[in-house]
Design a binder for this molecule. Structure first.
Ligand code: ZN
Length: 405
């Protein structure tokens, strides 16, 4: 079983140190030029495709065979320093979770937290179990904005996961009146996240709440307090249109009105706040006017979205992968009911069986760790001037040692 013990932490610190050492060794001109690109089986964005089908497809593309041995190692990564310190030598990692910053990232879609469990409603206990599962499986919370900007800062060997909540139902953020004062409902999403973070600070605390108006979180007297509370705690407010509009059925002017009014009202509650992403209500996109989802204006209020979230059924590509398209990011339903094989737990199983598909951090937000076999999937226009670290996969290293013998 995976561990969150201090032993693990010490190993992470050791790994980080070794990465820094290696970074220094290879920080010479020309060391990051990709070489020998090989077949890449990344699925990219394929809305509506079943997880199993996607996994099979990946296997058919040769990725599983190529790295077939990585699924059976220990969870803890082990790094071995290369004796040869030539500038273009890749870094060798062993173990299941060697760094792969071109791997896929789950953007989880929640709606209401409450009773009973439903297709669009998670009970508080099930939500707690989701967080515990993600934590134990080595996932760490990051904000959507950080993913989009390629600023994923989590420990080596862990994977980013993004939480999103649509519709601003009361169970997302609720106050209860107790003895004449208002107290945070311990069973609402915000309280559950904060409590989990207090017990497991290395899990992180991040989520985007895609709200709509006029009454987000359904306690009208507390809107201003709640929105400012969220931002103060580091959560993000996302655009879900002003009135939960189906953007595929309205005119270009109405699209801009829906998105700009959201920005305007949010800024009235939180002075200076810029909403930076949009979750499409019903997943409906205006095909001919999709550009208006990113930028537009209405009656003097302009808006700008760096990312647009679909409903989707797949993990998102890495922000450094050539398939990454922030204007169409798929999400995974955080549900166990009628998931059609593409719910959160289905994908956790896929990543468990195919760890080479998952985004795994090298622990350094200023570098991009890329398995040697995937270099051709790196979008060189999206590296944000970060250093590229080439990771030698275990199978390849074994092949090489055999050749040397
Ligand atoms: Zn909605």
């Amino acid at each position: 079983m995976p561990t969150k013990s201090s032993i693990h932490t010490k190993k992470m610190i050791l790994l980080y140190t070794l990465i820094i050492l290696f970074f220094i060794l290879i920080a010479l001109p020309g060391c990051n030029s990709p070489e020998a690109p090989s077949e890449d089986g990344d699925p990219g964005q394929q809305d509506g495709k079943a997880a199993e089908a996607a996994a099979t497809e990946t296997s058919a593309a040769g990725e599983l065979d190529q790295n077939g041995n990585t699924g059976t190692g220990e969870r803890e990564n082990q790094v071995q320093e290369q004796e040869n310190t030539a500038a273009d030598d890749p870094l060798l990692w062993e173990g299941k979770f060697s760094p792969n910053e071109l791997g896929e990232i789950m953007i989880l879609m929640y709606h209401e937290i409450g009773h009973p469990e439903g297709e669009w409603q998670r009970t508080p206990d099930n939500f707690r179990r989701d967080l515990e599962t993600l934590y134990v499986e080595g996932y760490r919370l990051v904000s959507l904005n950080d993913v989009v900007r390629g600023e994923i800062d989590i420990p080596a060997g862990t994977s980013p996961v993004v939480l999103t909540f649509d519709d601003a139902n009361r169970g997302n953020f609720n106050y209860l009146e107790q003895n004449g004062t208002m107290a945070l409902d311990p069973d609402c999403a915000v309280a559950i996240l904060e409590d989990f973070y207090a017990e497991n600070p290395d899990f992180g605390l991040a989520a985007t709440f895609y709200i709509y108006y006029p009454n987000p979180f359904r306690q009208p007297a507390l809107i201003e307090e709640k929105l400012n509370y969220l931002v103060d705690k580091g959560f993000d407010i996302g655009n879900h249109t002003y009135g939960h509009a189906n953007l595929s059925r309205i005119s270009p002017t109405e699209i801009q009105r829906e998105l700009a009014l959201h920005q305007k009202h949010t800024e009235q509650y939180i002075p200076g706040y810029k909403v930076r992403s949009l979750a499409l209500p019903y997943g409906a996109s205006p095909r001919e006017h999709a550009g208006l989802l990113l930028e537009g204006s209405y009656e003097g209020t302009s808006y700008s979205n760096e990312a647009v979230l679909l409903v989707g059924a797949n993990p998102a590509p890495s922000p450094f992968h050539h398939n990454f398209n922030p204007a169409r990011l798929p999400r995974i339903r955080a549900s166990e009911m009628n998931t059609a094989g593409v719910g959160m737990y289905d994908w956790l199983d896929v990543f468990e069986a195919n760890p080479q598909r998952r985004y795994v951090s090298d622990g350094n937000p200023n570098t991009i760790a890329v398995p040697e076999s995937r270099l051709d999937s790196l979008d060189k226009g999206r590296t944000h001037n970060k250093e590229i670290i080439i990771i030698l996969e275990q199978q390849e290293s074994e092949d090489r040692s055999q050749k040397l013998e």
